[in-house]
Design a protein around this ligand. Sequence first.
Ligand code: AHR
Length: 512
Amino acid sequence: MTTFTRIPTAAQADISVNPKHIVSKIDDNTYGGFTEHMGRCIYGGIYDPGNPLSDENGFRKDVIAAMKELNVPVVRYPGGNFVATYHWMDGVGPRDQRPKRRELAWIGVESNEFGTDEFLHWCEVVGTEPYMCLNFGTGTLDEALGWVEYCNATTDTYYANLRRKNTGRDKPYGVKYWALGNEMWGPWQVGQMTKEDYAKKAYQWAKALKLLDPSITLILCGETGFSSWDSYVIKECIRHDLHGLGGSTSSSLIDMHSIHLYTASADHLQNVTAPLAAERAIEITAGLIDLARIENKVPPTVPRQKICFDEWNVWDPFRAPGEDGGEEKYTLSDALAVSVWLNVFVRQSKYIGMANIAQSVNVISPLMTHETGITKQATWWPLLLFSKYMRGSTVAVNLRCAAYDGPTKPEWIRGTVDTPWLDVSAAVDEQGVVTLAVVNIHPSEDLAVKINGVFGSVTAYTVTATGVDAINTKAWSEMQVKEIRADGGLDRSMYIFPKHSLTMLRWQSRSS
Ligand code: AHR
């Protein structure tokens, strides 16, 4: 949480931070990823058999190392839009018997060479948790129940035995997170439905799925968080009747509500302020969840449903069409937009149960593979810094500075949300190390800021480049992290945040 006081441009800007002012825990799953059967995400991305860079399973070792470096806690699979015509049974069992199918989301052919067991094995190798999305388009409830049983059951029953037969594996995978469809409101979606039809179906599926495995976490399919779809499905599904829950008063059928948003603009200032729409989306969704809990009389013993922001990123689908694999080339401006996105999640940690950058490899991704290695795009660096340092708890911050007053995208940001020149969040970890993340969105001005609450040695990590249009390529990586240590502390507690940059300042708090 950051409060903002607007001051004139000529006045001295300051940031006040006190690590005792803890707001809420930052869920580790905020730094989640997403792999879809789309473009080169799976084939040629995480799975590239025959490439010397791959292991005996066909998994790219450089991608695994990058996922480990990012410490990705959870990865969503197999889509996205892809899942609306995906039948998981096509992708298990002997590879030479798996059917090739037409794929209708991105208009291709799915070989099914990589399926459930390969993905779950990859997750184990990476050390991350799987998050599966169910087919609400052409799929049936029976298929969904079979999939959960295949992954999670210890019983002597058909699908659990099929897992044993296919993999020799008696131990279940224990997949905790399951989504009740993806973007079922979208006109592009196979099986698109009305909010009324979706809410009815989602609730009935949720009941059956929780009867089969009460330990799973179920995620409702939302839209942007600020739509009548969200308001309706939340109201209908976040309720507390005890059917199928064994009379439990401490759990509910729906555990999280999913929302998606992509932002982008060719104009730098519109690009970097666009993620602030996500901040309002989170606040509105949280309000809708509370409203449903109040009106549906959900008892306080049922934990408040959190938001699963399971697709977010900078993406212009005209610039990088999904049908062509969505291979965005990210600029410094995009890296700063991603930094603002991540600041939003830290500021709103009270409401965020999970967030997944879309996507983890090659498709609208910070990480690109090529035949002989990987390229870390501009957006990789803020993601790495946040995943490394912005864990623990959110700390309240007050920011005083001047603000940008120009146009925004979406337009409604102007008049709804403040757009200061500095975008700020702070966190404190279990060792009492404070991290202050500051994005100076100004395209041409360095900003000198007094930091109230900083003391002792400070380490500064900065991501910037010569201009907002700079990109990292296979041959040239201008953007990396620059680290500077000020052992004597900051001079008069002042720090100059360079124009168009992300800076993280880290210091040990006094109390620990
Ligand atoms: O992440 C790319 C696509 O964007 C996903 O498949 C879909 O859910 C969204 O529209």
